[in-house]
Design a protein around this ligand. Structure first.
Ligand code: TXA
Ligand code: MG
Length: 334
């Protein structure tokens, strides 16, 4: 890794060192199945303030807290039957629940909202760390505010490495985009606040009721129906433009500009008319593979001197809905 940032290996002894640092209000980047998180003791004001400051995140944008199991999570929020069902169906896993908070979670962590976002992750290394701590971990994605999310230790080291106490190595995140966020305050009126790996259909199936998708406000100066819905987010420094799904190969043949990288969903079937600066998210039609490589490829290509990244949008189904949401925000100008 870098001189400035220690990489902790996922064995008992080094996970123990991470515990010591977290107990001393230090920050560690942790692996999750979605993306790497910038973790600190959720019950320590000092640690939580550090998270906002290291990430450069405005204090009005609340943090997710992570727990070992649903029982631990439900000590800090007021749960209901629908939340219980979702927890049973999908935890540990890539879904975050928004519920009324209890007093044990600070106003700092929830940005003064009466609700809190809680998640029980599935990554074995993160689970092991949570199981030896006697406090939950607050963890936003471990990227500078507004930048592309990290799915590997090297992504974290390159951006926040000099400002944290280390990175716990859990390998590449095997989903690669952030959790679905579900507003469960009112069990009769459940809404997805951020699309993610757990689809609307899967949630509706578990709840046996329909679920809405809360749209972001039309512009960022509107009062936000939910925090964290800025139109510009997940953005590489290089400008990014979207190619409609299904027209990636034709674009690469007819419209490719010098200095531009073209990113297709999948490996082209026929390479003969295609020239350089061409990348793809997946060898086949596998949407999970596309998701695993999505942020990684944006992180890698952002280090080249491309003038523009032209990215083919994904099929609007399953996890493709969440990837297209991230893509639209990455391409937004403001
Ligand atoms: O997969 C994930 O969710 C990753 C890993 C590390 O767990 N975390 C993550 O955190 O993506 P972050 O902070 O990058 O995004 C969390 C989003 C933010 O947009 C925040 O505004 C929203 O969750 N959020 C947090 N608390 C909320 C609340 N009480 N009501 C509505 N939205 C909330
Ligand atoms: Mg984030």
């Amino acid at each position: 890794m870098t001189d400035q940032c220690k990489l902790f290996e996922p064995d008992k002894e080094q996970i123990g060192l991470c515990k010591d640092l977290l107990e001393a209000d230090q920050l560690i980047a942790v692996p999750t199945e979605t993306v790497y998180g910038l973790a600190g003791n959720a019950l320590s004001e000092v640690a939580v303030r550090k998270i906002f400051s290291v990430k450069g995140r405005p204090l009005v944008d609340p943090l997710i807290t992570h727990y070992q199991d649903a029982e631990a999570a439900f000590e800090h929020v007021v749960f209901n039957k629908a939340a219980d069902r979702i927890a049973q169906a999908f935890w540990p896993g890539p879904i975050t629940l928004v519920l009324p908070k209890r007093r044990s979670l600070s106003d700092l962590i929830t940005a003064g909202l009466p609700t809190a976002a809680v998640r029980v992750p599935q990554h074995p290394v993160f689970k092991q760390l949570l199981s030896i701590l006697d406090f939950p971990l607050a963890a936003p994605s471990a990227n500078p505010f507004g930048y592309v999310s990290p799915t590997r230790p090297s992504h974290v080291a390159a951006t926040l490495g000099s400002r944290i106490s280390g990175i716990l190595n859990g390998g590449p995140s095997n989903i690669g985009i952030e959790s679905t966020i579900l507003d469960l305050r009112d069990p009769q009126n459940v809404a997805i606040l951020r699309p993610g790996p757990v689809s609307r259909e899967a949630i509706e199936e578990a709840l046996q009721q329909s679920v809405s998708i809360r749209k972001a406000p039309a512009n960022d100066s509107d009062p936000q129906s939910s925090p964290g819905q800025l139109s510009r987010h997940y953005s590489p420094r290089t400008s990014l433009t979207i190619i409609p799904n299904g027209s990636g190969e034709a674009y690469a043949i007819h419209n490719h500009q010098p200095g531009q990288a073209v990113i297709l969903n999948q490996k082209p079937r026929d390479n003969s008319d295609l020239s350089g600066d061409l990348y793809w998210l997946s060898e086949s039609e596998d949407m999970l593979e596309m998701s695993q490589h999505f942020f990684d490829l944006l992180q890698r290509l952002d280090k080249h001197n491309y003038t523009q990244l032209a990215v083919e949008s994904l099929p609007e189904q399953g996890i493709g809905i969440a990837l297209n949401d991230r893509l639209r925000r990455a391409a937004a100008k403001s």
